[in-house]
Design a protein around this ligand. Structure first.
Ligand code: 13P
Length: 258
């Protein structure tokens, strides 16, 4: 049975008190669910300022971890507005996203910047969720796998083989994000399988690097996507903002983990 990953990216949503409410409800529902909590790894990615509230509101025996949506590649200095990976770690985060498509496309992050962020996250001892994926134009012009290759090759290039244990991949086709149009499971599998193979070629087979799918994942499609050979879970945006819809995905995953 594969380990399942359920990650929720809140993006620029959820004030601290909203995060707190969400986590109290989530905590109450998940408390005592020992077996599935071992099988399903849940991580929330709140905005920076809501992270302390989220961490405080999760009961100790609920195995939900917390990650940041971004982190910078320098350690400290005159970088107004930035947050270092050590800071992310110091507030209690276990994970950080790198290369989310909104960072790439709205904030102009290049493959080079993403590679530096990924390397710094791993150096800081964080688990790094490396996001990659094509735009609609790129898909329609048959470049889906070429884009995946370019983004992953660039991110992996400076990393030693032993760094693989800190990486989680997230295939997020840009055209599926926030649009309600998820990739068909077999199309998502094609790209996730390709990414898993690239990761294996660079980092080896042990431990296996998980590959998540993100892009309009919700209760009704999460299991179909997860049933694909190389999809180990979901990076959820919109459906992670309401505790009921997030728990709906969790409950669906639970049915196959017990
Ligand atoms: P949606 O689930 O809202 O499509 O967002 C996906 C995403 O970008 C998660 O990082």
């Amino acid at each position: 049975m594969k380990k399942i990953y359920l990650y929720g990216n809140w993006k620029m949503n959820m004030l601290p008190f909203e995060g707190e409410e969400f986590c109290r409800t989530l905590g109450n529902k998940m408390q005592g669910d020992i077996y599935s909590s071992e099988m399903i790894q849940v991580c929330l990615f709140p905005p920076f300022l809501s992270i302390p509230e989220v961490l405080k509101s999760l009961p100790e025996d609920v195995p939900v971890t917390c990650g940041a949506q971004d982190g910078y590649f320098e350690d400290r200095g005159a970088f107004t507005g930035e947050v270092s990976m050590d800071m992310v770690k110091a507030v209690g985060c276990s994970h950080v996203l790198a290369g989310h498509s909104e960072r790439r496309h709205i904030f102009g992050e290049s493959n080079e910047i993403v590679a530096k962020k990924l390397a710094k996250a791993l150096e800081a001892g964080l688990k790094a969720v490396l996001c990659f994926g094509e735009t609609l134009d790129e898909r329609e012009s048959g470049k889906t796998l070429a884009v995946a290759r370019e983004q992953l090759e660039s991110a992996f290039s400076g990393l030693e083989k032993d760094k693989g244990c800190g990486i989680i991949l997230a295939y997020e086709p840009v055209w599926a994000i926030g649009t309600g149009k998820n990739a068909r499971p077999e199309d998502a599998q094609e790209v996730c399988g390709f990414a898993a193979k690239m990761a294996e070629e660079h980092f080896g087979t042990h431990p296996k690097i998980p590959v998540l799918y993100g892009g309009s994942v919700k209760e009704s499609n999460a299991l179909d996507l997860l049933s694909q050979h190389d999809i180990d879970g979901a990076l959820v945006g919109g459906a992670s903002l309401k505790v009921d819809s997030f728990l709906g995905i969790y409950e669906n995953y639970r049915t196959i983990s017990v």
